[in-house]
Design a protein around this ligand. Structure first.
Ligand code: BGC
Length: 856
């Protein structure tokens, strides 16, 4: 019989209440005010609103797939406004939209059932492959308008996306549908004020909205979890101020993104993705190539205005320290400002982007007239670039401009650092050769942006000379040898308890295990009756139903090695909110699933059936969190998740997700933070520190690495140059590992330059462990080693990842696996050409160390 930690009453718990309150108090900081002609905030007198759009009553709280949190329920924008005492005058229109949606959902359900039947897969799996299209919104009629006061209208445009499929550059997705465009246009004509709210998990065509006549305000509310609707009401009425800044470049046109022509399905090839833009991702591209965005990286307005003054800049060969003063220069509203520091490195042998984010800091809430002094620091060597020819990070000779401001396109030069000679600051080994050489974008003929008075700014800026000889050159000790552990205490059968008590070491215990035992420990627990066949969602935990999987506990009786329980995120903790056991305490079928696709409970419950509840809090999606640019806030959100992990006994949170927003259409961008690696890394570190401060449990950074496309995600080969990998796609992981030492890392499904990430020794051992000092456990993404046919993929260009390959690469845990994985590993050890017992022991040591860490 399992022990459950869930509640036996479905009443809202004190923990839930406290968590929801906390999220509500912070979430306005994650919303970005893009346009405002003074309409916002609305006056408290304004008690009536005309509200249209697909996100009013069906506000999206977060995306779909494994990232969807099963919370008690989210406050919609309609509800949030009603709770704030607002009368909604457009109920008829909202009711008509309900009808349209109901019909669309019915048709979608039919479509899923058909696909599921045709392809012999569960319905929820079909929902990963086929997202529901947004139904056409009903027309806004004269009668609808007559019921309003014609003064202020709010239009809520919602988009959902999720795991398994990419978004489309089509009307109704990236673009507005004709009906949406017509509705917003009509509102612009008929109302004195029109506020458009974007309830999206990522970028859409904001140009179309901005260009519509009569639009007064545009607010990116994003997807804020359970309290979204309440926070929107708070912000519209100025009870809370928005202080978010974009973490991506919002282009004038999708085609302006350098990867747009070839991204995912756009070129009809989902097998190979060539990252031709190299390091020129996001603003690094737009600024260097002089392309005007609609809204630049780091941009966001406030209800008030600020001035930023750089008081002093100090720099030496170790660090740069800026002292800045921010003043709220407005007279009515309080607000928070984000000071952003960018550097422009000199052109040398290596091409450089026009500028890169070096550091940032957010003020506290400043009242009108109030000032705050802040110190912003970063390591001088952070400005180095990777030279693949010499496998090293270098600061090239010349001028380093430091730009300070409140967005990437609103800065001024505060300092010029001068380095007279190119200096190597770190010596590494190249790890990612791509056999298929492809040409990367070069800035040869590019005309970058330039500020008209840059010369004057440079003239006035602080000048600092750096000494090449004062820099340290760091190098890395690459440990390649894995020594076989031998059993030195054959007379005593060691247990993990002995290790815990200091009577033996993890290595001594590991040395006593047979190859079969070692291999089984390296494979996540799988249901006995399903032996030989992995299940897509894995074996939900025995004690926390709805968790994504457990590690193997088959040695619990004999060696006291317990299992670890792993549950999804990133927008909260994903568990099954309601489950039922029979009179013998055994779990009954029902209640598990994704979104609305829940397995029904038995119609007739057995005698002695017992109900359990484990509602968790849906926090804002990762992109929203990052938009706060507030690391203590993200840490607090991590604490919320951490406290729920303690409550329900979860050991590893399968989050944060931290892949780079390379292209707006990636279906899982909402689970990730930004197009910028520094910001992504700092956010993941803050979230990890929050989670890990609340108990003996940890985070799992995912998806490591190069998972920037969802179509064909298991078998897509990401071709990325060594430099782009190191400076853009791996940088965030490196920062998060160095700053927060997460308990775990999850590899991605895709291949990286021809090798599955799961089987990539260079990625896991050379980079994560040797270069960055990661000492936690590495696991695969779910069922990575499963046969392509089990994924129901008919035609693949590249083979699946191999289980023995995982062990060789230092990918300790195959999550969740099956008997075939165990057999393959054992066979590979016996044959001895791909892996040895030392390799297997090496992985088991990491697993046992993680179990000790989680069960301390
Ligand atoms: C997703 C992971 C998730 C895992 C477990 C996979 O399909 O890619 O992000 O953690 O499932 O649910």
């Amino acid at each position: 019989m399992s022990k459950f930690y869930a509640k036996t009453s479905d009443e809202i718990t004190e923990l839930e209440k406290a968590n929801l309150e906390q999220v509500r108090s912070y979430a306005s900081e994650c919303m970005v005010l893009l346009e405002n002609d003074g309409t916002l905030p609305l006056s408290e007198e304004k008690k009536e609103l005309a509200v249209f759009g697909n996100g009013v009553r069906h506000t999206v709280k977060g995306g779909t797939g494994s990232g969807e949190v099963n919370s008690r329920g989210a406050v919609t924008i309609e509800q949030g406004l009603k709770d704030a005492g607002i009368t909604i005058t457009t109920k008829d229109w909202l009711d008509r939209y309900d009808e349209v949606l109901k019909e669309a959902e019915r048709a979608y359900r039919e479509q899923l059932e058909r696909i599921a039947k045709e392809r012999n897969m569960p319905v929820f799996q079909a929902s990963f492959e086929c997202q529901m299209e947004n139904p056409k919104i009903p027309e806004i009629t004269e009668e609808d308008l007559e019921k309003t006061d014609g003064d202020t209208a709010v239009y809520v445009l919602a988009r959902n996306s999720g795991e398994g499929t990419d978004r489309h550059y089509e009307k109704g997705d990236y673009l507005l549908s004709d009906e949406e465009a017509a509705a917003i246009h009509l509102l612009g004509q008929k109302f004195s004020h029109v506020i458009v709210l974007l309830n999206t998990g990522g970028i859409i065509d904001a140009t179309a909205i901005k260009c519509t006549p009569g639009i007064s305000a545009l607010l990116l509310v994003g997807q804020s979890g359970d309290v979204g609707g309440s926070v929107v009401a708070d912000v519209l009425y100025g009870r809370k101020v928005p202080s978010g800044k974009l973490t991506d470049t919002w282009a004038v046109s999708y085609k302006d993104y350098p990867s747009s022509a070839e991204f995912s399905h756009n070129n009809g090839n989902v097998d190979d993705e060539y990252y031709r833009e190299g390091i020129f991702v996001g603003y690094r591209y737009f600024d260097t190539f002089g392309i005007k965005p609609q809204y630049c990286f780091g941009f966001g307005r406030s209800y008030t205005n600020f001035s930023i003054q750089t008081v002093s800049v100090k720099a030496d060969e170790k660090q740069v320290i800026l002292d800045v003063e921010v003043t709220n220069t407005g007279s009515v509203y309080s607000g928070k400002e984000v000071v952003q520091v960018y550097y422009s490195a000199p052109e040398g042998i290596l091409e450089k982007p026009y500028q890169e984010l070096a550091a940032f800091a957010k003020t506290r809430l400043l009242s009108p007239g109030e000032k705050q002094r802040m110190e912003i620091r970063f390591a001088t060597t952070d400005m180095a670039s990777y030279d693949t020819e010499e496998a090293s990070y270098k600061l090239e000779e010349g001028e380093y401009l430091l730009r300070v401001g409140n967005s990437s396109r609103n800065t001024s030069v505060a300092a010029v650092l001068f380095l007279p000679q190119t200096t190597v600051v770190q010596k590494l080994r190249n790890a990612f050769s791509d056999e298929e050489q492809f040409e990367e974008l070069s800035k040869k003929d590019a005309v970058s942006i330039h500020s008209v008075n840059e010369r004057d700014q440079k003239w006035d800026a602080v000048k600092i000379m750096l000494s090449p000889r004062a820099f340290e050159t760091r190098s890395v000790l690459y440990q390649t040898e894995r020594v076989e552990l031998t059993n030195q205490q054959p007379q005593k059968k060691l247990t993990l308890e002995d290790v815990r008590k200091g009577k033996a070491t993890v290595q001594q215990l590991t040395a006593q295990l047979t190859v079969e035992e070692l291999a089984t420990l390296c494979v996540g627990r799988f249901a006995k009756e399903k032996e030989g066949k992995a299940t897509i969602i894995g074996t939900a935990s025995v004690s926390a139903p709805g968790a994504a999987a457990d590690t193997n506990d088959f040695l619990f009786k004999t060696r006291k090695i317990p299992n670890l329980i792993l549950a999804d995120g990133p927008a909260g903790l994903r568990l099954q909110p309601h489950f039922i056991t029979n009179g013998r305490g055994q779990l009954l079928d029902g209640g598990q699933g994704f979104g609305k696709e829940m397995v029904p409970f038995p119609e007739k419950l057995p005698k002695g059936a017992k109900h359990y509840y484990q509602y968790c809090t849906a926090i804002p999606i990762a992109t929203n969190l990052a938009q706060s640019w507030n690391m203590p806030l993200i840490e607090k959100m991590g604490e919320i998740v951490g406290r729920e992990m303690s409550e329900y006994h979860i050991d590893l949170w399968l989050a944060p997700g931290m892949n780079i927003h390379r292209n707006p259409l990636c279906g899982r961008n909402f689970e990730y933070y930004s197009e910028d690696p520094l910001l992504s890394g700092r956010c993941a570190a803050a979230g990890t520190n929050g989670v890990q401060s609340t108990g003996n449990h940890g985070t799992t950074l995912k998806h490591f690495a190069g998972n920037n496309q969802e179509d064909n995600r298991m078998f897509c080969n990401s071709h990325i140059s060594e430099r782009a990998l190191r400076e853009i796609y791996l940088k965030g992981f490196e920062i998060a590992i160095r700053e927060s030492q997460p308990y775990a890392l999850m590899t991605s499904y895709n291949l990286l330059n021809g090798t599955h990430s799961a089987n990539n020794y260079e990625l896991l051992e050379m980079c994560a462990r040797n270069e960055w000092g990661f000492y936690g456990v590495v696991m695969t993404d779910w069922c990575t080693t499963m046969e392509p046919s089990a994924w129901l993929v008919d035609k693949i260009q590249y083979p699946q990842a191999s289980s023995a390959g995982c062990i060789a690469a230092g990918n300790d845990l195959i999550m969740p696996g099956c008997q075939k994985d165990v057999d393959d590993i054992v066979q590979a050890v016996q044959e001895g050409d791909e892996i040895t017992i030392a390799d297997l022991q090496y992985c088991v040591v990491h697993i046992l160390q993680s179990i000790l860490r989680c069960t301390a």
